[in-house]
Structure formats: structure tokens, C-alpha cells
Design a binder for this molecule. Structure first.
Ligand SMILES: [Zn+2]
Length: 378
């Protein structure tokens, strides 16, 4: 998983910060006990930013908070209509964050790393249906493909409030406590600088030459070795085959898949939650593993010229590579294949640095993998 730095909200017009919301709503509760009239609300709308944030927070409750029925909110029903209209329009609602995020972290799924179509949807890390407080909170935003947003065992509806409470902690947890619990449970690209180390891709093959037939992880050297070559593929069934050299055997054709290798329970839970390694079938549209597997084969093929480059043509080969990476997504696959293929090999002819560093230094080119946090990447 690619760690990213998405930065402050910038021009995104609405934000209720995770850690200050509780103070705002507590203050509002102490002051008014929810007896707003329409004019009160309009006054607040055009008043100070903190008052605005109070009202939008209350609106989040009104719109999404059916699970928090409380007659204190009844008086808001009529008076908040004007704000609801404002906030649900594309230029004022959370969707206004989408182009800002695309510019910061690329048009790439934050979880499976595939390039997103133009219908990219804003992703609420902590689901807005269950946790309406964080409906318009910048900290809670990423970008997601449809499969990552719906295919996992948990991601479709997100963990329920009861589930999050069952993870332990406070007896009557507040909204911020629940938010932090969801964030702590899984690996998140914007929260975990070590997301790449926790969820690294690796090449697996289906061993049909031995009984019982099982999936096995190919050893590192063979995964990027000279025999690796993409074979037949079928997007309908998500089948991918490749020529591989397994152990001391001659190179043969196997069904292959690039899966995430988890490090620790948080990473194990994340694979299940996002459904990252689901194979997809002819009756589903999930092609994440298929796309990742083909990308691995492409990376092996396109990185090979760098291994053969010398001091005279390395810079040219590197530039050719970086141009070919434009709009590809799948940072983790490229970083993993490069690190296995080159290890700590220095750039030919000296000049400092390793080949892997030379490749990853291009990571934050705006057309490639913008916003990548390289702190904990090889
Ligand atoms: Zn995805």
C-alpha cells in the first residue's frame, strides 16, 4: 500500500476537524440546547468560522444521524433546510474535496493503487453512514475505486458502531474515540507512513505440478528473474499465467497472482477489510488482483534495461522508464520489483545513490505517483 501525504485541506470549503468537533458541539449544547430558529441558523451561517462549523456539525447529525435519535435535534429539522441545500450541492459538499485530493495524491485508488476512472469517488475512511460526525472532515478523506469501496468483508458498510465499541476502550466512547479506533484497527495510506512495509506485494503461483494443488509464494530472486514472462490472460475470468522458474525445475507456465504479504495483525485485518486479495470471478467486476499481477509482469519487463545499462546510457534508460510510468498507478508493485531486482546496486558510473533510489526519486513527479511519502519505502 502506498503511503501518501495529502496535506492540509487547502481550498476545500468545509471542514470539521476530528479533534475539535467535540468541543464545538459541547459549546453549542451548553449555549442553546438546540433551540435554533431559521434566522439563528442563517445568522450563524454568515458569522464566524467556528459558528459555521457548529452548524454544519449539527447538520451532519440531522442528515446522517438516524442512529442517534434524540429529541434535542427535532428543533433543527425545519431550520436547517437552507444549509442542507447548500451542503448537498457538488461545489459545497464533501465532493468538493475530490479534485483537491486528485491533485495531491493522484488519480489513484488509495488502497489497491489502480488508476481511477473519471468517475472517481471521494472515500470516507471512517464511513459517514455510521459516523456522521466525520461526513465533511478533511482528515477522513481519501480516493477509492468501486471495488475497494464495496468488495471487502467490512468496507461496504464499514464497521458498525456496535462493532467498533466491541473493540474495547472507553465504556461510552465519544465520536472522536470511535473515529480513532477505526483508524487504529486498519492500515491507512495517509495515517501510516509504514503502509508500504506493512502491505508489500509478492508474486504467487498455483502449483499444479504437486499434490495437493496450492498457491505458493515464489522466492524473491525468481519473482524478478530472467525467466519471468507474462503468458495468457483472460480479463473475464481474471486468469493470468506466466512463465516462471520454480526451484531447480526448468521454467514452466503457471497461473500467477500478486498478493499482499501482511506484516502484523493490523495488515492482516486490512486485507480482509478492503478485500484487497480477492481474486475476482466471471460474475464480479473486481479486477484489482488481476491488474496488480499484470503490472508486476510489466514492471519486470520494463525495469530489465536498467539492470543492463552502463554509465553511458543509464540516464537515458532511466528517463525512458519514468516517462513510461506516467499514469500507471501501482507504486507498491514498482517499488517492490525494483528493490528485488536491484537490491542496493549503485547507479552505474558512480555519482551516488542506488538504482532503486534513482527510480523512486521520480515518484513524486505530478504525472507519476504524486504525494508519495517515501519516509519508509526502500
Ligand atoms: Zn481500489
Amino acid at each position: 500500500m502506498r503511503p501518501v501525504t495529502k496535506g492540509a485541506r487547502g481550498t476545500y470549503p468545509i471542514d470539521i476537524p476530528v479533534n475539535t468537533l467535540k468541543a464545538y458541539t459541547t459549546a453549542a449544547q451548553a449555549t442553546r440546547r438546540w433551540t435554533f430558529t431559521k434566522q439563528n441558523v442563517i445568522d450563524l451561517w454568515s458569522a464566524t468560522p467556528s459558528a459555521f462549523e457548529i452548524v454544519t456539525g449539527l447538520l451532519a447529525y440531522k442528515t446522517w444521524g438516524s442512529k442517534m435519535q434524540d429529541d434535542r435535534y427535532d428543533n433543527l429539522e425545519a431550520s436547517l433546510g437552507v444549509l442542507e441545500t447548500q451542503l448537498s450541492s457538488d461545489d459545497k459538499g464533501y465532493k468538493a474535496a475530490t479534485p483537491i485530493l486528485m491533485g495531491r495524491i493522484g488519480k489513484i485508488c488509495s488502497y489497491c493503487e489502480q488508476v481511477l476512472p473519471d468517475s472517481v469517488e471521494l472515500e470516507h475512511c471512517v464511513p459517514k453512514g455510521e459516523f456522521p460526525y466525520f461526513w465533511i472532515t478533511w482528515d477522513n478523506f481519501l480516493l477509492s475505486c468501486g471495488s475497494c469501496n464495496t468488495s471487502g468483508t467490512g468496507k461496504g458498510t464499514g464497521p458498525s458502531r456496535a462493532t467498533v465499541k466491541s473493540w474495547g476502550g472507553a465504556k461510552n466512547p465519544g465520536e472522536v474515540t470511535l473515529y480513532n479506533a477505526v483508524r487504529a484497527k486498519y492500515v491507512w495510506p495517509d495515517d501510516d507512513q509504514n503502509a508500504y512495509q506493512l502491505l508489500k506485494p509478492a508474486l504467487w503461483y498455483r502449483d499444479t505440478h504437486n499434490v495437493p494443488i496450492t498457491w505458493k509464494q515464489l522466492d524473491d530472486a525468481a519473482s524478478v528473474g530472467p525467466d519471468v514472462k507474462l503468458g495468457l490472460v483472460d480479463l473475464e475470468t481474471r486468469y493470468v499465467s506466466a512463465t516462471l522458474k520454480v526451484g531447480v525445475n526448468a521454467a514452466q507456465v503457471y497461473e500467477v497472482a500478486v498478493k499482499q504479504v501482511p506484516s502484523g495483525q493490523q495488515a492482516i485485518d486490512s486485507i480482509t477489510y478492503f478485500g484487497l486479495d480477492l481474486p475476482g470471478t466471471a460474475s464480479t467486476r473486481d479486477s484489482r488482483r488481476y491488474m496488480r499481477t499484470i503490472e508486476w509482469m510489466t514492471a519486470v519487463f520494463l525495469l530489465r534495461p536498467l539492470a543492463a545499462a552502463n554509465a553511458g546510457n543509464f540516464a537515458y534508460e532511466l528517463e525512458r522508464l519514468l516517462v513510461s510510468l506516467t499514469g500507471r498507478g501501482h507504486f507498491s508493485v514498482w517499488a517492490r520489483v525494483a528493490s528485488l531486482m536491484f537490491n542496493a546496486m549503485p547507479v552505474p558510473g558512480g555519482g551516488g545513490g542506488t538504482i532503486v533510489e534513482a527510480i523512486l526519486n521520480g515518484a513524486n513527479v505530478p504525472t507519476i505517483w504524486p504525494g508519495t511519502d517515501l519516509t519508509d519505502v526502500p
